[in-house]
Design a protein around this ligand. Structure first.
Ligand SMILES: NC(=O)c1ccc[n+]([C@@H]2O[C@H](COP(=O)([O-])OP(=O)(O)OC[C@H]3O[C@@H](n4cnc5c(N)ncnc54)[C@H](O)[C@@H]3O)[C@@H](O)[C@H]2O)c1
Length: 345
């Protein structure tokens, strides 16, 4: 699992370990903390923690990846599948630093594919994003809706999807599932694992979390003139534990067919930024300060998943609602006001 110390990786690691998988996690900690690995072990408990190996490496380093895939981790057995989370993910930053985004997101994926091919590993679950769609013609968005990415980050995801689809045509023994996440939020209900990005958060929920503990003064709401009922952007927020379970469902269905298949992971329900602020304020028990500012370049009005394909083919659907997402996110932030590394406010 690449990006295992990250927000979605750490929760998926817990889910897979708990379900009996052995996981070799890799990360370079460019957007995460080594403490996340300790927390994964703490959440799953001592009986299972030994099934997690961890190696610090940069996924762009093909030789290091090859060594790892060749070695098979603890016990030296073959690697069954790779879950590839590692990427840069901030839309605004991608506009300012496109080359770094293409390098980390596209180049690393190519190095990973080469290393996997060299060592006979041909099952891959890839982290894609609903942002590949850009401005959708109609909602909710099914997988086959046209891809029209509006920023470099989304383009890196769309390029990777096309690379993987082309690979599966050329080499039909690959089994690749791309999961297009909608807006992952929330945290593990233990309060031990959650979203703890380095620097100022780029997404609304971790930003709000840090406002709630006083690390940031107020939330900026980007745009109130979108064609939505309250004028703020609408997103399909999904609990990160539901998302983690979606990866396990994909893992269990990788062998249903060869080739490339893409699935939306979302709830099918849209929530506006102001509705999210209200729900999170409710979880915290007091109103949180926000200010409406101008639109942010690259943002779109509304993204809501049509999650039916994942339900029909993977037997997966979300179980947790907005109140659960807010409660669990708050529990994590309340217990870890300075994040994993105890960063002062
Ligand atoms: N969180 C979201 O809103 C969202 C939405 C759609 C898709 N995704 C995708 O899901 C994946 C995981 O996202 P996340 O929210 O957990 O992000 P994250 O930043 O918390 O996790 C990514 C992890 O990858 C690591 N990483 C980055 N570059 C690396 C490299 N070169 N080598 C090794 N490790 C590296 C980071 O240190 C981090 O731990 C990403 O591919 C992201 O693009 C995220």
């Amino acid at each position: 699992m690449t990006g295992a110390a990250g927000f979605i990786g750490s929760h998926t690691c817990v889910d897979l370990l708990t379900a009996g998988y052995r996981v070799i996690g890799v990360d370079d900690f460019s957007n995460s903390s080594p403490h996340a690995i300790e927390r994964i072990r703490e959440v799953v408990g001592p009986d299972v923690a030994g099934n997690l190996d961890f190696v610090e490496l940069d996924v762009r380093d093909g030789a290091a990846l090859g060594k790892l895939l060749g070695g098979g981790g603890r016990g030296g057995g073959p690697v069954y599948a790779v879950v590839h989370f590692a990427a840069r993910k901030a839309v605004g930053e991608s506009v300012r630093m496109p080359v770094e985004y293409y390098d980390t997101n596209v180049n690393a994926t190519l190095r990973l594919i080469e290393a996997m091919r060299e060592h006979g590993v041909r099952r891959l679950i890839f982290s894609s994003s609903c942002s590949v769609h850009g401005n959708a013609d109609s909602l909710p968005i099914p997988e086959e809706a046209p891809a029209r990415p509006t920023n470099p980050y989304a383009r890196t995801k769309w390029i990777c999807e096309q690379i993987l689809s082309d690979l599966c045509v050329a080499e039909p023994d690959w089994r690749v599932i791309a999961l297009r996440y909608f807006n992952p939020v929330g945290a593990h209900p233990s309060g031990l694992l959650g979203e703890d990005p380095r620097g100022i958060p780029n997404n609304v929920m971790p930003y709000l979390q840090q406002v709630a503990v006083g690390r940031l003064a107020e939330l900026s709401v980007f745009g109130s003139d979108y064609p939505t009922p309250d004028g703020t952007g609408i997103r399909d927020y999904i609990h990160v534990v539901d998302l983690a379970e979606g990866h396990r469902a994909a893992m269990e269905h990788l062998d249903d067919q060869t080739g490339y298949r893409v699935y939306n992971l979302g709830t099918g329900t849209g929530t506006s930024v102001l509705q999210l602020v209200a729900a999170f304020s409710e979880a915290v028990g007091r109103p949180l300060p926000y200010r409406i500012v101008g639109r942010r370049p690259g943002d779109v009005a509304e993204l809501v998943a049509d999650p039916r394909r994942a339900a029909e083919e993977l037997g997966w659907r979300t179980k947790r609602g907005l109140a659960d997402m807010c409660r669990d996110a708050w529990e994590f932030q309340r217990r870890n006001p300075g994040g994993y590394d105890g960063v002062a406010g």
